[in-house]
Design a protein around this ligand. Structure first.
Ligand SMILES: Cc1ncc(COP(=O)(O)O)c(C=O)c1O
Length: 437
């Protein structure tokens, strides 16, 4: 650990989501494949692919080369000027999108911005103003996307964007609908949504934004029929259905998108993270052609200086081409049983693991004080989360990085991970879990 970097960081960096006094640990200087390296040369298995984002692992040569070559050609171009790589990348996105009619993409620098632009476009297209979003969701931090967010990371924004209405979606492990039967969970959740729409007025609702698999709120895989039910209800009311695929997109769930994995097609997809393997800030809104053409004769009132930035376009094009060429959209299906089996074995050994769930290379362990009562290891909001800090600290001592939030730890490795590398991570997790007794 470099005291200089840590001291400087404490003095000059504001780190997201943390009490600044709690920030510390090793100083990271390098990444390669599934590994991070600190300034002492110690390596750490990246068990969460950063923030569920470095889908290609660190330093994939094809993306690094594309970034270098683009930098040598042109680093910046206004979004209003046509750019060769931007056009090519958008065409590729249309090709991998779930829509047979094709898609057009509005580029942003991240996921939160993409969600805000999706709301704005939906409002312009429908002439309506309200937006529905789920509790236990994260859609971004800035005031617009933060208002969509359905948990405590929204609160500092409040009062936020007017017109955002939250509803409950299924959560089989802790059902908000008082059932352990997935069919009933789906039916009751859809009935609840219909009621919310009735009382908000379907004709007032522009969009419904949802993570098709919930991410940082605990990798909640919705029970069968829920996403299809959402599609049916939103279509009936003329509501634009937006899948926030910032975490689920680009191979994370074993397909191009969660939309293609689950066979449910929204009207827009917002993306970020895996689209450039997070090497360069990149996000966007993919809009199905039928809606995108609305803007042929109506000005699109969205814009950012860095929309469609050449460096991001080069990174995105190289990333998505590599995912396609190397069969990595599907690779998570191979990783899935390794995670299910490996984490299942940990659950059998450690009573602190209340639930193991996930799909593809998108898994979590949910930690509890008591398996029978399911009392969370740390309170969901605002309580003492020291035990989670203890766990992530112990993991680092074991040479593993993983992203923990609330009482969940995300196990979402790079899509390029080898089985023996993953085992190193799981063995480290096994040893680290002992600190929780
Ligand atoms: C599902 C989801 N949507 C949106 C965001 C926000 O993306 P960004 O941090 O790029 O603004 C995140 C970030 O973790 C996310 O997980």
């Amino acid at each position: 650990m470099s005291p200089t970097a840590t001291t400087r960081s404490h003095k000059h960096v504001l780190t997201p989501w943390y009490k600044q006094s709690a920030v510390g640990g090793p100083t990271f200087v390098r990444g390669e494949g599934s590994w991070l390296f600190d300034d002492q040369g110690k390596r750490y298995l990246d068990l969460s692919a950063g923030l569920v984002s470095t889908n290609l692992g660190h330093g994939h040569p094809a993306v690094v080369k594309a970034i270098q070559e683009q930098a040598a050609k042109i680093c910046y171009l206004p979004p209003s000027l046509v750019h060769d790589v931007r056009s090519e990348f958008a065409e590729l996105l249309s090709e991998v999108s779930p829509w047979s009619e094709g898609a057009r993409t509005f580029f942003t620098t991240g996921g939160g911005e993409a969600n805000e632009d999706a709301i704005k476009m939906s409002r312009m297209i429908t002439g309506r103003h309200k937006v529905l979003a789920a509790y236990r969701s994260f859609h971004g931090s800035a005031p617009g996307a933060g208002s969509l967010t359905g948990e405590d990371r929204r609160w500092a924004n409040e009062p936020g964007l007017p017109g955002i209405v939250h509803f409950f979606a299924p959560y089989p492990y802790r059902s908000p609908f008082f059932t352990e039967d997935p069919k009933l969970e789906t039916a009751r959740a859809l009935e609840h949504l219909e009621q919310v729409i009735t009382f908000e007025g379907g004709k007032n609702i522009a969009a419904l934004v949802i993570e098709p698999v919930v991410g940082s709120n605990g990798v909640i895989v919705y029970p069968e029929g829920y996403l299809a039910g959402l599609r049916e209800i939103t279509a009936k009311h003329g509501i634009v259905l937006v899948f926030d695929e910032v975490m689920t997109g680009f191979g994370r769930v074993g397909d191009r998108f969660a939309a293609t994995r689950f066979g449910v097609t929204p009207d827009m997809i917002t993306f970020a993270k895996g689209s450039s393997s997070a090497y360069i800030p990149l996000g966007g809104v993919m809009v199905r052609e039928g809606l995108a053409k609305h803007f042929d004769d109506v000005a699109l009132m969205c814009g950012h200086t860095y929309a469609g930035h050449p460096m991001a376009m080069a990174a995105g094009l190289a990333t998505v081409s590599t995912l396609k060429k190397e069969g990595l959209f599907e690779r998570a299906r191979e990783i899935d049983p390794w995670l299910e089996e490996g984490l299942g074995a940990l659950k059998a050994k450690h009573r602190v693991i209340g639930d193991v769930r996930g799909v593809g290379a998108f898994y979590t362990i949910e930690l509890v004080k008591d398996r029978d009562t399911k009392e969370p290891l740390v309170p969901w909001y605002g309580g003492d989360n020291a035990p989670m800090g203890k766990l992530t600290g112990a993991l680092r001592n074991e040479g593993v990085y993983a992203f923990g939030r609330y009482n969940v730890l995300l196990v979402t490795p790079p899509l390029t991970i080898k089985r023996d590398e993953l085992q190193v991570g799981l063995d480290g997790l096994d040893r680290a879990l002992k600190v929780l007794g």
